[in-house]
Design a protein around this ligand. Structure first.
Ligand code: ADP
Ligand code: TRP
Length: 333
C-alpha cells in the first residue's frame, strides 16, 4: 500500500448513477482502494444547489449511497460517508471563501454553463455560485495527494489548489496540501447517447446502471450511431460511434465486439443487433453489482452503520485540519 491519500465525492443531484460516472470516475476510485487511503463521500449538501424537493433529495441520497456501495466500495478499505454528517465541511467552506476572489469564481464552469443555457444571473443561487468553495473544503480538509474524478471536475480541483495556495501564502505556512487531479486520459470524458456531448444526467443522454431493464433498454436502443449510415447495408464508421464506445467499455466478449465492428464497417449488421448485444452486455457486466445492491437494500441497518463508521473516521481527520486552520487564522477560543 502506497502511503498516499485520495478523496472524492459524488453529488446526488440525480436519482441514480450512469455509466459516465462509473467509467469516468467510480471504477478508478474503486481500484485505488487497494493501493491508497481512500475517502469517498456522497456530497448531499452540494445537491441542494439544484434539488429543492425534500422527498426527491432523500431518495437521491439513498440511491447514490446504495449505487456507490454496490459498485464495489469496500467499507473495510475506504472511509465512506455523507458530507452532511461531517460538519467540518461547512465550517471549512466558510473560512476558504476568504481566499478566492469574486472574479476567479465568475470563471467557474458550473456557473458559466447555466448562464450559457439561457439562465440569467438573477436565477443563479449563491449555493451554485459557491459550489467550488464547498468542494475545495471537501478536498482540503483531508489533505489528500490526489482527487480521482472525471475531466469535467478538473477546473474544480484546480481552484481547490489555488485556494490552498493562497491560504498558505497568506500565513506563510504550508498548512493545506495542494492535491493533484487524477483523471483518466482514456475514460475521463465518456460521450453521451446523443453522440455529441459528455454523458450527464442533466442532459438526459445517459445509460443508467441500476434503473429498470426497460428503461436501460430504451436508453440503449435510443442511442445515436453513425449519422451518415442510412441503411444496414451501408458501410459504417466505428470510431467515435457511441454504441461502439460503449461496447468497448463494458462488453467483455471481445470476439463479439470485433465481429460486430467488422460487419458494421462492411455494412453487414443492423443497428438493432449492435444495440441488443450492447444491452445484453450491460446486463452481464453489472449483474453482480445489481445483486449486491439488492442485498444492501434489504439491509438498511448495515448501510446506516457503514455511513456512521465512515463519518466518525472522517470527522477525526477533518476536525484536526479545521483546528489547525482556525489556529492559523487566529480563531482560537
Ligand atoms: P453528472 O454530470 O451526470 O451530473 P456528476 O457531476 O454527478 O455527473 O459526476 C460524478 C462523477 O462522475 C464526477 O467525478 C464526474 O467527473 C464523473 N463523470 C460524470 N459524467 C462523466 C462523463 N460523461 N465522463 C466521465 N466522467 C464523468
Ligand atoms: N462536484 C462533484 C461532482 O459533481 C462532486 C464533488 C463534491 C466532489 N465535492 C467533491 C468530487 C470533492 C471530488 C472531491 O461530481
Amino acid at each position: 500500500m502506497e502511503n498516499k491519500r485520495v478523496v472524492s465525492g459524488i453529488n446526488p443531484s440525480g436519482s441514480s448513477l450512469h455509466i459516465g460516472n462509473y467509467f469516468g470516475a467510480i471504477k478508478h476510485q474503486i481500484g485505488l482502494q487497494e493501493k491508497m487511503e481512500t475517502y469517498y463521500f456522497v456530497a448531499d449538501l452540494h445537491a441542494l444547489t439544484t434539488v429543492k424537493d425534500k422527498e426527491t433529495l432523500q431518495e437521491n441520497i439513498k440511491n447514490v449511497v446504495l449505487d456507490y456501495l454496490a459498485l464495489g466500495l469496500n467499507p473495510d478499505r475506504c472511509v465512506f460517508f455523507r458530507q452532511s454528517d461531517v460538519p467540518q465541511h461547512s465550517q471549512m467552506a466558510v473560512v476558504l471563501g476568504n481566499y478566492v476572489t469574486y472574479s476567479h469564481m465568475k470563471r467557474m464552469h458550473a456557473f458559466k454553463d447555466k448562464l450559457q443555457k439561457g439562465e440569467n444571473e438573477e436565477s443563479i443561487n449563491m449555493g451554485l455560485f459557491n459550489y467550488p468553495i464547498l468542494m475545495a473544503a471537501d478536498i482540503l480538509l483531508y489533505k489528500p495527494d490526489g482527487v480521482p474524478v472525471g475531466e469535467d471536475q478538473r477546473q474544480h480541483v484546480e481552484i481547490a489548489r489555488d485556494i490552498a495556495d493562497s491560504f498558505n501564502k497568506a500565513y506563510k505556512k504550508e498548512v493545506l496540501v495542494l492535491p493533484e487531479p487524477m483523471i483518466s486520459t482514456e475514460t475521463g470524458k465518456i460521450i453521451g447517447t446523443d453522440g455529441t456531448r459528455k454523458m450527464s444526467k442533466s442532459l438526459g443522454n445517459v445509460i443508467e446502471i441500476f434503473a429498470d431493464e426497460e428503461i436501460i433498454k430504451k436508453q440503449i436502443m435510443g442511442c445515436f450511431t453513425d449519422p451518415n449510415r442510412l441503411k444496414a447495408t451501408d458501410p459504417g464508421t466505428v470510431e467515435g460511434n457511441p454504441v461502439f464506445v460503449f461496447h468497448d467499455l463494458f462488453n467483455e466478449d471481445k470476439a463479439e465486439v470485433e465481429d460486430l465492428k467488422n460487419r458494421y464497417r462492411e455494412g453487414r449488421v443492423g443497428d438493432v443487433e449492435v444495440k441488443e448485444k450492447l444491452f445484453a452486455a450491460h446486463q452481464r457486466y453489472f449483474e453482480a453489482a445489481k445483486k449486491k445492491r439488492e442485498e444492501l437494500t434489504r439491509n438498511p441497518e448495515l448501510v446506516q452503520k457503514i455511513l456512521r463508521d465512515g463519518a466518525n473516521k472522517a470527522i477525526k481527520l477533518a476536525s484536526a485540519t479545521i483546528n489547525e486552520v482556525y489556529e492559523t487564522v487566529g480563531i482560537v477560543n
